[in-house]
Design a protein around this ligand. Structure first.
Ligand code: ATP
Length: 359
């Protein structure tokens, strides 16, 4: 897919922007620090999932001193084109439209615009808590399987209610059984999808990582679920029954996909504990590019790739290998330094300065 036009009004440090001379290949957004480069790719990404990849809330996205912000992208795919727009208001509910029609749930937007973003914050996914690795899986699967998002929501609500019950003085066993049944039903679907996705991810990411490192490093990814086998739902029911007393004693839900993790190993060792910062960054980049490959295979459309400040961390040969991997996608790359990237074939260079763009 190709983003043809981005319109911003009072979004972050952009008061008013119509950005419509985009390249269908590489777009280099170059400028000094704090000029609005990341804000631009944050806006494109926001319209794909209604979340800021920097973890910002809606209030932070609205230009300081203003009460509302507006963002819109027009896109083109092989079969059709369309428009996604969002209006954000301080203290009021946002309004989101796809093709001019308001949507009520985030799930309705999933997969409409597919982007894969890689930003310095992504290093946390390797280094920090399992919840970030689960979030990566869940976001990427939702983009290609919008129904998965509904299963996740159903499961999350169930676990929240179950945890509330487990905190009560006297736990109603019949109610606990009901929650466990719902958790097993939705949980089994989540585990099945995650396991299948990670199987593809492991293969794609290992190949990309070998390419990026010129065969110098080996990346292995795996997902260890709490249950395995043909009938995951039944296995999960049994496991929950086995752990019922322990859950009651500890007053928290311990078993299920909300407690699982993705293992990321470089050269046979846990990347979180043993890899250098550069190795972790390359591992994460390989994982994100693999997600883009999977999205392409699953939907027939190549996602838009958003790379925030990635070049400054890569040596020239890794930059060149990276560009050859993503050369068929539309790409947005932010950088403070034009040297070393100005010769990228087919690239359009935009200067970003003080919330404005110059060609
Ligand atoms: N809600 C907001 N209203 C107005 N300005 C904002 C808002 N949020 C962020 N900014 C400003 O936007 C500017 C640009 O931020 P951005 O992160 O896009 O910079 P950048 O060009 O990517 O810089 P760097 O190269 O340092 O990463 C900053 O000066 C920041 O203070």
């Amino acid at each position: 897919m190709i983003i043809e036009k981005l319109v911003l009004k009072d979004f972050r440090n952009f008061s008013s922007l119509v950005f419509d001379d985009l390249s269908p290949a590489v777009n280099l957004l170059v400028g000094e620090n704090a000029q609005g480069k990341t804000n631009l790719i944050e806006a494109v990404n926001y319209l794909s999932c209604l979340k800021s990849f920097r973890g910002a809330g809606e209030a932070q996205l609205i230009r300081e001193g203003k009460k509302s912000a507006y963002l819109a992208v027009s896109y083109r795919m092989a079969s059709h084109g369309g428009k996604v727009e969002a209006a954000l208001f301080s203290g009021e509910k946002r309004s989101v439209k796809v093709g001019g029609v308001p949507i009520r749930r985030v799930g309705e937007l999933m997969g409409v615009i597919n982007t894969v973003v890689f930003a310095p914050e992504d290093l946390k996914t390797v280094k920090e808590s399992p919840s970030l690795r689960r979030r990566l899986l869940d976001m990427e699967i939702s983009k290609i399987r919008p129904l998965y998002y509904a299963d996740l929501q159903r499961y999350a609500i169930c676990i929240k209610q179950k945890n509330r019950l487990l905190k009560e003085q006297r736990v109603d066993d019949a109610l606990l059984d009901t929650f466990n049944e719902t958790a097993a039903e939705a949980g089994a679907k989540i585990i099945r999808r995650r396991a299948k996705f990670v199987e593809m991810l492991a293969k794609e990411a290992a190949a990309i990582h070998a390419q990026l490192t010129d065969g110098g490093e080996r990346l292995e990814i795996s997902y260890k679920a709490c249950v395995e086998g043909e009938n995951l739902q039944e296995a999960l029911i049994h496991k929950l029954a086995e752990n019922r007393e322990r859950e009651k004693e500890l007053r928290v839900s311990l078993i299920g996909p909300h407690r699982e993790d993705l293992s990321i190993q470089v050269n046979g060792r846990d990347s979180k504990l043993y890899s250098s910062q550069g190795q972790q960054r390359t591992a994460m980049l390989s994982i994100k590019l693999a997600c883009a490959q999977i999205a392409w295979h699953s939907t027939g459309e190549r996602p838009v790739i958003l790379l925030d400040d990635v070049f400054s961390e890569l040596d020239i040969s890794r930059r060149e290998r990276l560009l050859s991997i993503i050369k068929k996608n539309q790409v947005f790359i932010t950088s403070t330094d034009i040297s070393g990237i100005k010769d990228v074939r087919g690239a359009k260079i935009f200067k970003v300065s003080g919330g404005q763009i110059f060609l």
